[in-house]
Design a protein around this ligand. Structure first.
Ligand code: PAF
Length: 283
């Protein structure tokens, strides 16, 4: 595996590969890699000739200085995992390399970016659009891989790719979970041992809500989930929205959508976890 730290070297390496007719799979990450990321690399490996993984904690998508400062940075361990996973290129630039000048672009991300994370974290999705558009431009991927834990993020990236005219396939990959059900996240390492014990209840309650939803209204299901999570004194729901999987718009009745997804954000102390669940049988 080659570690590339400059945009110019990344561009020239992928240009040579594309000139030979090779396909490029891009896996954008912020490092602190876990098995969820590696599942994206495996998928990219199986579908492309060249696999590029970017490792970059993107400052423009953090709307909270403490979150940026405490975001785990584990470059050496990340490189070892990527080497073992068969990635061809790890792109690990500095902030100055990616943002030699402040990026002042404002993307018209539309309604998909206005709700949930968009409402709670002003500027977050614009920052995601800034970095992902740069990564797409540098690496000219045939396909780019994103995990469904950040369900809304995928819709936002699809919108960015459409308005910017990027010609690539965006591949949404299933959430990877710990054996106890907790959605894998780089933030999980910040949980105290006690919080880590409590956290899997988020996924359990979401899973159990499938059964509750089968004979109850959407509004009642939302309340049921919120009440059960908040019953743990260690956890506080920031939002639980049931939305249409394509438009990300909240729905009021099961009949209003062909594919409902429940998206939750929960605070455990100062750690913010997200998860989601599809309600496939409600229509
Ligand atoms: O999902 C993430 O880890 C980040 O938002 C991404 C897509 C790598 C952009 O920084």
């Amino acid at each position: 595996m080659k570690v590339i730290r400059t945009v110019s070297e990344l561009r020239s390496t992928v240009e040579k590969a594309r000139a030979k007719g090779l396909t490029i799979g891009l896996v954008p990450t912020m490092g602190a890699l876990h098995a969820g990321h590696i599942s994206l690399v495996d998928r990219a490996r199986s579908e492309n000739d060249v696999v590029v993984v970017s490792v970059f904690v993107n400052p423009t998508q953090f709307n909270n200085a403490n979150d940026l400062a405490t975001y785990p940075r584990t470059e050496e361990a990340d490189c070892a995992k990527l080497e073992a996973s068969g990635a061809d290129i790890a792109f690990i630039p500095t902030v100055k390399e990616v943002y030699p000048e402040p990026d002042t672009r404002q993307f018209d991300l539309g309604k998909v970016a206005e709700v949930m994370e968009g409402a709670m974290r002003p500027g977050h999705f614009n920052g995601v659009a800034q970095i992902v558009s740069k990564l797409f431009a540098y690496s000219q991927p045939t396909r780019a891989y994103f995990g469904e834990k950040d369900f809304q993020q995928i819709a936002v990236i699809r919108r960015m790719a459409e308005i910017e005219g990027f010609d690539l396939e965006i591949v949404a990959c299933p959430i990877m979970r710990e054996p106890d059900g907790l959605a894998m996240s780089s933030r999980n390492v910040r949980l105290t041992p006690h919080q880590r014990e409590v956290a899997p209840n988020i996924a359990r309650i979401l899973r159990e809500s499938l059964e509750y939803a089968a004979s109850n209204s959407l509004t009642a299901t939302k309340q049921w989930v919120v009440d059960r999570i908040n019953a743990y004194e260690e956890m506080e729901v920031e939002y639980y929205e049931i939305v249409d999987a394509s438009t990300m718009q909240p729905v009021s009745n099961w009949a209003d959508t062909e594919s409902a997804v429940g998206c939750v954000t929960v605070w455990l102390g100062d750690v913010r976890l997200i998860d989601n669940i599809k309600y496939p049988n409600q229509q």
